[in-house]
Design a protein around this ligand. Structure first.
Ligand code: SAH
Length: 252
């Protein structure tokens, strides 16, 4: 056990590193160890309205006290068009592969868990094809952190859980709910314009969670709180019978 904890990451490898939802204290000890030793840390980033780059991953890494000189920002395509998306990944991957070949340890980080709707996996697939040794470090996914933030279980006993993403119409959520259990909706911004009226009409108990563990964290089960909400990218919905119950003894 002790030997495993102190083991250094081998050179020339690709590590897919999960950072958890945003709170640096939810980064695992294993992830932190790899990040401290990596030669390059590749971070997903998005372009803002002024052409600057924004990266929640970088915010988490800075909170951990890691120095920015090893960070490499990658703007990755969120395109539904597979060919377009793959081209974008391949461009970044070429540099990663060159680094691995010269014996560098490269960490590709992701918010939440790296195996759950993550930009890390396309990189892992490309690396495997080229014989680069890959290792994945799991992390706390945002929907579990959302349940924790609201002091609410996601599933109990024999409950089923369905996870939806990139939903185009709220009818898809309604359909999922009809088979019972908990329904989690990731990438909620795709149904921004339909959400409020559907919640009002259906009366479904819900938990809306925004920027969990990040600056500006916001959770609610009250529909009134959603009236003027922008529903940003980092937001999700949990629908289950456990939503909206008063949580006694909740910390402020
Ligand atoms: N790998 C991530 C999911 C990435 S997909 C995970 O394990 O959670 C991106 C979606 O995840 C966002 O659109 C949003 O629905 C959700 N998400 C990620 N981080 C979040 C956070 N801190 N708060 C709320 N939602 C978050």
């Amino acid at each position: 056990m002790r030997e495993r904890i102190e083991q250094q990451p081998p050179c020339g490898q690709l590590w897919g590193v999960s950072l958890g939802p945003g709170d640096p204290e939810l980064v695992t000890i294993k992830a932190l160890r790899v990040l401290q030793h990596a030669d390059v840390i590749c971070c997903p980033a998005t372009e803002d309205a002024h052409g600057g780059l924004q990266s929640v991953a970088v915010d988490i890494l800075c909170d951990l006290g890691l120095s920015e000189d090893r960070f490499r920002l990658m703007t990755l395509p969120m395109s539904r068009n597979r060919d377009h998306a793959e081209r974008g990944y391949r461009e970044h991957f070429r540099r990663i592969a060159d680094d691995c070949r010269t014996g560098k340890t490269v960490a590709v980080v992701t918010v939440g868990d790296a195996g759950f709707y993550s930009t890390v996996f396309p990189m892992i697939r490309l690396a495997e094809r080229e014989g680069i040794v890959c290792t994945l470090i799991p992390g706390v996914p945002a929907f579990l952190a959302a349940g924790a933030a609201a002091l609410m279980p996601i599933a109990l006993r024999d409950d089923r859980v369905q996870v939806l993403a990139m939903v185009e119409h709220v009818a898809e959520i309604q359909q999922a709910l009809s088979s019972g259990g908990t329904v989690v909706v990731m990438k909620l911004s795709t149904i921004r314009s339909q959400l409020l009226s559907w919640l009002e009409k259906s009366g479904t108990p819900f938990l809306y969670a925004e920027k969990v563990g990040m600056h500006g964290e916001f959770t609610t089960s009250d529909i009134e709180d959603l009236r003027d909400r922008a529903i940003p990218y980092f937001s999700l919905l949990v629908c289950s019978p456990y939503c909206g119950r008063p949580a006694e003894n909740r910390n402020p």
